[in-house]
Structure formats: C-alpha cells, structure tokens
Design a protein around this ligand. Structure first.
Ligand SMILES: *[C@@H]1O[C@H](CO)[C@@H](O)[C@H](O)[C@H]1NC(C)=O
Ligand SMILES: *[C@@H]1O[C@H](CO)[C@@H](O)[C@H](O)[C@H]1NC(C)=O
Ligand SMILES: *[C@@H]1O[C@H](CO)[C@@H](O)[C@H](O)[C@H]1NC(C)=O
Ligand SMILES: *[C@@H]1O[C@H](CO)[C@@H](O)[C@H](O)[C@H]1NC(C)=O
Ligand SMILES: *[C@@H]1O[C@H](CO)[C@@H](O)[C@H](O)[C@H]1NC(C)=O
Length: 417
C-alpha cells in the first residue's frame, strides 16, 4: 500500500514539525472503559515517608511497598523515610480517558512556592508536564497558583492488552534520564532492544532526556471471574501485590510466572480463606506421589466477589511433584540510594541538587496550534524539554481517529526498521 502510506507519512512529518521540541511519549489509543494495572517509574525528588509517596499518587502505602518487594513486616514501615533520588515503581490503575490510555485518579494540592513546572518536573519527576497540568486544570494564568488548589495530575500509562508478544506483561512508564541508553533500559528490565522499539513504535534507538517509554515487564496473570473486584490482576515478576482488602497477598516469580496467592501477613478481619470441602487454606498445596505421576491439589485464590474471598480447590496430575513455593526476595526499606554503576558508565551526577537539572520553559509549541490541535483533553504528550526535538511516533492527535493513529503506528514499524 504505497499510496496511503505515503500520504500518512507526509501528514505525519507535518505534524512532527508542528509538535517539535516536545519529548516523545508513547500513547495507546483505546475505546473501551476497562482498566488495567500499570506502573510508573518514579524518582523521589526529596526524602519522603512511604506514606507521603503513597499519598502523592493516592495509592495504598502497602501496595507501594509490595510492588517494590519491600518487606512490610518492618515496624512502622509506613513512616519509614525513603531517600531522595530513590527509584520506585508506583502501581496505578490505567484507564481509558478521551480515547487514550492514562490515569487521571491522582490529585495534588498546591503548596506555597509551587509552580506548575516545579510540580511537573520535581514533585512528579517528569511524569507529567507543566503544559499537561495547565490544560488538565484549565489554568489560564500559570503564574497565579492558589495555595491549596486541587490539581488533577494526568499520568502516562499503557495496557496493550496486558501482554507483550502474547505473554502476560505489565507496562512501566519510564522517564528517560540523561544517562540512559535504550540498550541499558532493555537490559535492566530483561527485555530486548527490538521489543522496546516495537512497543514504543520507534524508528531508531535514539532517546532523549524526558522521553517517556512504555517498558514491558513480564507478569503473572490472574484468571478471576469478571465479577471479581480485582478482576484482571497482574503482578509483575519479582514483586508482590496485596488484594482483597489487605487479606490476600499474591506474588510473581522468580522461577515461573504462575501467580501464587496466600493469606497476607497483615490480614485482620477477613472472610474465610479455606477451600470448601477440604482443610486446605489459600496457598496450601498437597502432593501425593502415585504410580501415574504426582497428584497435586492446591487451594487457589479466585478474586474477591461481593466482598468475599473466592477460593477454588484444584486437583491436577503432574509428571513431577513441585518443589516448595519460592518467593521473590524481599528487601529492607531503603535508606540509601545504590549507585547505578552498571547502567551509568561514568559517575554522572546530573541530577544533583534539589530539582531537575534545569528548570524548563513551560511553553511548548503545541500551546499555540490552530484549532483542533490544542490537546485540550490533556493527552499524555509533550513533556516540555528544550533539548528534545524528536517527535513521538504515536502522539495522539484529536483530529486523527484512533484507527488512523493505529494504522500509522503499524505502518511506521516496518518503515522504520
Ligand atoms: C488480549 O490478550 C488475551 C490473552 O491475554 C488474548 O486472548 C486476546 O486475544 C488479546 N486481545 C487482543 C485484542 O489482542
Ligand atoms: C523474573 O525475575 C527473575 C529475577 O528476579 C529472573 O531471573 C527471571 O528470568 C524473570 N523471569 C522472566 C520471565 O522474566
Ligand atoms: C496452609 O496455609 C496456612 C496459611 O498460609 C499456613 O499457615 C499453613 O502452614 C499451611 N498448611 C500446610 C499444610 O501447608
Ligand atoms: C488426588 O488427591 C485428592 C486429594 O488428596 C484425592 O481426592 C484424589 O482422589 C487423588 N487422585 C488420585 C488420582 O490419586
Ligand atoms: C453479589 O451480590 C448481589 C446482591 O447483593 C447479587 O445479586 C449477585 O448475584 C452477587 N454476585 C455474586 C457473584 O455472588
């Protein structure tokens, strides 16, 4: 199809010119109202308590800890102070808003001396731009921020059907730092350069400070019924998730990607976690060697339905008896930031100091685009970055239909590679 491709490419180049000087970010068009689990890669801008980080994103402190495999049994762990510059994975729910995937559940209450760019670049570490904040909150004069104003903070996320190359995956929205290379990011997250490029519809391995990449992380999928309130639960490899009102904890990895759930250590008042018709509790497995193989019976978690924990007893005959369940290693609540020696070739303290390396102008060209182009609905695009002149291959444009954007992405991959 040379002709349509040509036309689309031409208009694409045109759009790129219009949108120059904004960083790339990967956008996923969507049409249904479902949501998925997603992760944000967040770097602390200052020392913060676990509970403070959680409240910045309005998430449960326990799920913040378990998503990072931090041991929750430490005394008073919610008040533990996490060090500045620590990198954390923030578990969020990714929904479909105005035709693209994003999270709009986070709000921020402004404090004295906040500016849109300090909120965007420092507090939310580049996950949002000051333009997106301005648009999402219809702020006409960014120089006048009332203290105590409740701002919605649109955050980037993708679902891509909870899979990558047909295997269960969860997507991390990763803000590129000056020291990063695409190869190093791929290595760090056990994926390949090709996969990262495909997922982000990239034509080259070039990345820039402030770009937001969707990084697939292998995950354990659940198979809960649609009626379950935790339907679709995905747990990334090497981590834990807490569900069923803190009653159940599920883990993923390290040996296989089978979701394993058991009663949570902090379970207080929970409905029964025993499998009906047996004396097995959630997570219990009995094995019995028989002549035909190993008779394995496990008591599995099947979601929370109408406030009740659903358990299923599942018998199976396996060639070999399974070993003891292995768990992802837990870490103590961090107090210092490990030097990123593996991924940063030379010590490059580019992020020293309290804020981002250089506060950037809050104006990007898209602000003054002719009608129809203004991202008034706050699509996740264009973190303002003077250094970056690349154009996202999947930038959402209200004037394009989702189908066209998808087509564009599909066409760009073969063209680019
Ligand atoms: C989404 O993924 C599921 C398996 O995880 C698969 O069965 C289904 O076909 C996929 N849907 C699309 C639209 O790719
Ligand atoms: C899961 O993580 C472990 C390390 O924690 C790694 O050894 C393993 O290869 C990962 N599994 C997959 C499928 O990526
Ligand atoms: C069953 O699970 C409970 C809760 O995790 C645990 O305390 C108990 O030791 C397990 N019993 C067996 C037989 O594995
Ligand atoms: C497997 O074990 C279960 C419970 O332990 C038992 O009910 C079932 O009959 C066993 N099946 C076989 C084939 O041994
Ligand atoms: C949940 O409760 C409602 C009413 O309380 C009931 O109609 C529905 O069937 C229940 N769902 C399940 C799966 O039990």
């Amino acid at each position: 199809m040379p002709n349509p491709k040509h036309i689309i490419l031409q208009s694409f180049v045109f759009l790129c010119l219009l949108l120059q000087a904004s960083s790339k970010s990967t956008i996923e068009p969507c049409s249904n109202s479902d949501s998925c689990n997603a992760l944000l890669g967040y770097t602390l801008y200052t020392d913060l308590k676990v509970s403070e980080v959680a409240s910045l994103f309005q998430i449960d402190p326990i799920s913040l800890l378990t998503a990072n495999a931090i041991d929750i049994s430490y005394p008073d762990v919610e008040h533990h102070i996490l060090p500045s510059k620590l990198f954390l994975k923030i578990p969020i729910s990714c929904s479909c808003v105005d035709g693209i995937r994003k999270s709009v559940a986070t709000h921020y209450k402004t404090r004295p001396s906040d500016t849109l760019s300090s909120i965007a670049d420092a507090v939310y570490a580049g996950l949002v731009s000051s333009d997106q904040l301005r648009e999402a909150n219809s702020i006409s004069d960014p120089s006048v921020l009332d203290v105590g104003q409740n701002l919605v903070v649109p955050l980037p996320c993708t679902c891509f059907n909870g899979s990558d190359n047909s295997l269960p995956a969860i997507y991390l929205s990763y803000v590129v730092r000056p020291v990063d290379t695409l190869a190093a990011i791929a290595a760090r997250y056990f994926t390949t350069l090709t996969d990262l490029m495909n997922v982000n519809a990239m034509g080259s391995t070039a990345i820039n400070d402030g770009d937001i990449l969707a990084v697939p992380i292998p995950a354990c999928a659940s198979n809960f019924p649609k009626s379950a309130s935790d339907f679709g639960l995905l747990v990334p490899n090497g981590s834990y998730a807490i569900t069923a009102g803190h009653c159940v904890q599920c883990s993923c990895g390290p040996k296989n990607l089978d979701l394993y759930c058991m009663p949570a250590s902090l379970a207080v008042s929970c409905s029964s976690m025993q499998c009906r018709g047996s004396n097995l509790m959630l997570g219990n497995v009995t094995v019995q060697q028989t002549s035909g193989g190993c008779n394995v019976t496990s008591c599995n978690y099947d979601g929370i339905v109408n406030g009740s924990i659903v358990t299923t007893l599942s018998p199976s005959l396996q060639p070999r008896c399974p070993g003891l369940q292995e768990f992802p290693p837990l870490v103590a609540p961090p107090t210092t930031v490990a030097r990123d020696t593996v991924f940063a070739p030379a010590p490059a303290p580019l992020f020293d100091g309290a804020g981002p390396a250089s506060p950037k102008s809050s104006l990007v060209p898209s602000a003054g685009l002719p009608g129809g182009f203004s991202p008034a609905n706050g699509p996740i695009s264009g973190i303002s970055s003077g250094a970056s002149v690349a154009c996202s291959l999947v930038k959402p444009l209200p004037t394009l239909t989702n189908a066209l954007v998808l087509l564009l992405v599909k066409l760009m991959i073969p063209v680019a590679l």
